[in-house]
Design a protein around this ligand. Structure first.
Ligand SMILES: *Cc1c(COP(=O)(O)O)cnc(C)c1O
Length: 227
């Protein structure tokens, strides 16, 4: 087994044990391997070890790899900042977008999603801590945005995504993730059917899993540190 494959199975085991330790069913949590900046050869190795979902942030980087890995049956997730002039590339090449944060981008993704593909799965990114540098909408903007998204059948609204500040303590991580789950539950009370909480990275995976994550986005713990 290669080093990468060892790390991948360690992460799978961590997910399982964190879930069990907080009374969750490990099969409710999907591992999304964040492959930004990694070569296609690493992705292929992880794919051969059974990992099927990979996430990319930078479209130029992603579009070097996605065509080269077409034979692998990979499900691609976009987790970078969306730019209006790049929505077509996302709509045509990805199965999921985790970082939707405005209606204009939603409408473009809807219009540009090819009819031959199933609807694009989307999560709304929230900025729950008000950091200026961070993307995502405020809590008060969520319901108005969701109301508008119901008119876009080429998008399938799946859930919410957030990231705590990089410097957050474990307690703060738990607070932020619990808040995202509460928001998701509130929206479902209002009649939405959001099944996804995209939260948890290499440094805060345990808190995210305990607070209800259904997708964790893990890069460093699988592929090593990015240089
Ligand atoms: C890079 C990135 C990750 C993965 O972070 P690691 O700390 O390497 O696990 C997850 N989500 C987003 C949005 C990212 O940009």
């Amino acid at each position: 087994m290669s080093r990468l494959q060892q790390r991948l199975s360690q992460v799978q085991e961590q997910i399982r044990s964190f879930a069990v330790s907080c009374d969750r069913d490990p099969t409710e949590i999907r591992l999304i391997a964040v492959s930004k900046t990694r070569p296609a050869s690493d992705i292929r190795k992880a794919r051969e070890a059974g990992q099927s979902a990979f996430a990319e942030n930078y479209l130029q980087d992603a579009m070097q790899k996605i065509p080269a890995l077409q034979d692998c049956g990979i499900e691609w997730h976009f987790i970078g900042r969306i730019q209006s002039n790049k929505t077509r590339i996302i709509a045509e090449n990805f199965s999921w977008v985790h970082t939707l944060a405005n209606f204009k981008h939603a409408r473009r993704l809807h219009q540009q999603r090819p009819e031959t593909l199933p609807p694009l799965n989307v999560c709304i990114q929230l900025n729950l801590t008000g950091e200026q540098s961070k993307a995502g909408i405020l809590e008060t903007q969520l319901l108005p945005l969701l109301e508008k998204l119901t008119d876009l059948p080429h998008l399938r609204l799946r859930g919410l995504m957030t990231m705590p500040p990089a410097t957050a303590s474990a307690t703060q991580q738990h607070q932020v993730f619990a808040q995202l789950k509460r928001l998701r539950d509130d929206m479902n009370q209002q009649g939405y059917t959001l099944d996804t909480l995209s939260m948890g990275m290499s440094g805060d995976m345990q808190a995210a899993i305990c607070e209800g994550a259904t997708m964790v986005r893990i890069g460093t713990a699988i592929f090593g540190s990015r240089t």
